[in-house]
Design a protein around this ligand. Structure first.
Ligand code: IMP
Length: 208
């Protein structure tokens, strides 16, 4: 499979300000102009696929078609082994209409308790990044970080499920680390830590 290099402006198919900011930080050093789907009034499609890659592609396809520019989208979530990979693609939805991740973390704890499984609770964060071109060319990359879940949650930093996830590489949860430590792209080419940074590393090697 041959990847296509990104040289010009890229539409970011998200209406989430946090994601937009993070993706601008990652793409900025490569001199890529970033345009948000929101600023072009491109609506976000419903996530109807059953995989991270499928949903990332679905979002990027819709934006590329509407903008007639290459478009970039991500989809990510927490997969808990003892829960058969849940919440997975439903990670955002487990937080309810109010997007309350204390509720989502507590639901994970309760479902583990109900399952009768004993710790360690193995889990991973996965992120898929997709780039779709108006002529139909598609590239998709995935990054994963493995770890264990800890209860009670630890740390006030980060977002989402960060306070309950401890990566195997470190003795602290994502909620106990600065965003730079979690998302850093090591300059020496060694492996990044977070699922999103790992997916971006793969994308940058192929397309930037
Ligand atoms: P989506 O990619 O917009 O469908 O949402 C993914 C959901 O997964 C987010 O709302 C978070 O709850 C969760 N998630 C994805 N990546 C992370 C992360 O790095 N830390 C904590 N939660 C995450």
């Amino acid at each position: 499979m041959s990847y296509r290099k990104i040289t010009g402006p890229l539409v970011i198919a998200t209406h989430n300000e946090g994601k937009l900011w993070e993706l601008k930080q990652l793409l900025g050093p490569y001199g890529i102009e970033v345009i948000s789907a929101g600023s072009l009034n491109i609506p976000e499609p419903e996530e109807t696929e059953d995989s991270f890659q499928g949903n990332a592609l679905l979002k990027a396809r819709a934006a590329a078609h509407r903008a007639q520019l290459p478009a970039f989208a991500d989809d990510s979530g927490l997969c808990v082994e003892a829960l058969g990979g849940a919440p997975g693609i439903y990670s955002a939805r487990w937080a309810g209409a109010n997007r309350d991740f204390k509720v989502a973390c507590e639901r994970v704890r309760q479902e583990l308790e109900a399952s009768g499984v004993q710790p360690p609770f193995r889990a991973n964060f996965t992120c898929a990044l997709a780039i779709v071109w108006p002529d139909g060319h598609e590239d998709v990359f995935e990054g994963q970080v493995d770890g264990v879940l800890v209860f009670p949650p630890r740390g006030e930093k980060g977002f989402g499920y960060d306070p309950i996830f401890k990566p195997d590489e470190l003795d602290k949860t994502f909620g106990e680390m600065m965003s730079a430590e979690k998302h850093a792209l090591p300059g020496d080419g060694s492996r990044a830590l977070s699922h999103r940074a790992r997916a971006f590393q793969a994308l940058s090697r192929a397309c930037l």
